[in-house]
Design a protein around this ligand. Structure first.
Ligand code: ADP
Length: 408
């Protein structure tokens, strides 16, 4: 089959059409719905619209008979009747009831957390539940504390975003509007556990404030929290910390019976609903190389756009006009920031720019305005050059640095 061959696929009711467009390939897949109804991870496909997928593994699902898809492009694909969508829908229905009760009683809505190893399907289930909620007019806050794959801003940050609309399908430009994002600056929580916990607490504080400021849909729609796949030892302790910090009342434990037992023992008696789910057979395993590449791609999209049609601004500043604060390995007490003089060490780093930082003390607890990439440091001329999505001036001269680098 050539890349441009067109095939028609009849997708039976309650089946998934699963596909895998590989990384590092020039294949992209165009799919469209020509008859019936279908959805992609909770977002409805429009009839007759071609959706393009690159570097993506996914599944189109239909609830009804009569779904016909048309495919242009070539990649591995198959149809499966093994789907978790009905179980997910039951959970969604419980959440919608809780949201209605919360709205009527002027209370906070359900706070749901995904727990499970990597490649369990946590991000996918988060996306499905957020999309279904948005289709019902809810305004769930999606919280992503998975610093390895962080999907809201760039990897390495803990962040949250109101989901007022379903996520667009396939290869489309999509930037989170008005996200809350806190600087962590590394891709594993183990690198600096006190800082990670600190930033989760800062995020939760601002989410609570946003919920309590809004008496309507935001407060009553609740949270969907996605976590990283580190569920052993210190990773498990971080899960407990996140459950308590976000005050979660529903835990969805995917593909890890032991963690389910442990969480149920601890939280079941405290009124938390702990639900065990098997891993969907469609979820793919992704190796370290895949994850690394996916991270690099996300950073590239931030600066260059999805189609690489955006050119970031090049901004050169004098050393004296910036304060680079490097996160130092922390003590149990907390994190220290150390002001550093720019040098070769800073080249290729991704720095966080905060809003309204007036002093070094509160700089880490501030929401981030955006990110800069350090392309050059000229020690002789005392100049530092950044790539930036905005031309500047930046909202604060404090720039946060940790180990996150972009090696193109
Ligand atoms: P986790 O967040 O637990 O690491 P993900 O939700 O990111 O796992 O799932 C891993 C990969 O499997 C993703 O690329 C996702 O798109 C894919 N995937 C998830 N569910 C399905 C499915 N039903 N069919 C095909 N691919 C799927």
């Amino acid at each position: 089959m050539s890349d441009e061959s067109k095939i028609k696929i009849e997708l039976p009711k309650e089946h998934e059409f699963r596909f895998d467009v590989p990384q590092n390939s020039t294949i992209s897949l165009k799919q469209q719905l020509v008859e019936g109804t279908a959805e992609y991870f909770g977002t409805e496909l429009a009839l007759g619209v071609a959706y393009q997928f690159d570097n993506e593994k996914g599944a189109i699902f239909t609830w009804y008979p009569g779904c016909v898809l048309e495919l242009v492009g070539n990649c591995k694909h198959y149809i499966s009747s093994e789907t978790m969508m009905k179980e997910y829908l039951n959970i969604h229905n419980i959440l919608q009831q809780n949201r209605t009760t919360a709205l009527n009683e002027k209370k906070r809505g359900p706070r749901v957390m995904m727990v499970g190893p990597t490649d369990a399907g946590k991000s996918t289930l988060s996306r499905i539940l957020c999309n279904w909620a948005a289709r019902r007019g809810s305004q769930t806050i999606f919280v992503d504390v998975d610093v390895g794959q962080g999907s809201i801003t760039i990897p390495g940050m803990v962040a949250a975003q109101e989901m007022t609309q379903p996520t667009p399908i396939g290869r489309v430009e999509y930037t989170a509007s008005n996200p809350l994002s806190y600087f962590y600056g590394a891709v594993t929580p183990s690198e600096n556990i006190p800082l990670y916990k600190n930033q989760v607490e800062n995020l939760a504080r601002d989410i609570d404030a946003r919920c309590d400021d809004n008496e309507g849909a935001v407060r009553s729609s609740g949270l969907i929290v996605n976590t990283c796949g580190w569920v052993e030892g210190p990773g498990y302790q971080l899960i407990l910390h996140a459950i308590d910090t976000f005050k979660c009342d529903i835990l969805l434990v995917i593909g890890h019976p032991q963690v389910y037992e442990d969480l149920n023992r601890t939280y079941g008696s405290r009124g938390v609903n702990v639900i065990q789910l098997p891993r969907s057979s469609g979820v793919s395993k992704r190796d370290q190389g895949y994850r690394r590449k996916a991270r690099t791609e996300k950073i590239k999209h931030y600066f260059h756009g999805l189609s690489e049609d955006l050119t970031p601004h090049t901004v050169t500043l004098d050393f004296k006009d910036v304060v680079i604060l490097k996160v130092t390995p922390s003590t149990q007490k907390g994190t220290r920031l150390m002001e550093i003089t720019p040098s070769g060490e800073v080249t290729h780093c991704i720095l966080g720019v905060t809003y309204h930082a007036t002093s070094m003390e509160n700089v880490l607890s501030n929401n981030l305005a955006g990110f800069l990439y350090v392309s050059e440091v000229n020690v002789e001329k005392q100049k530092i050059t950044f790539s930036s999505p905005s031309p500047g001036p930046f909202p604060s001269s404090y720039l946060l640095m940790n180990s996150l680098r972009w090696l193109k």
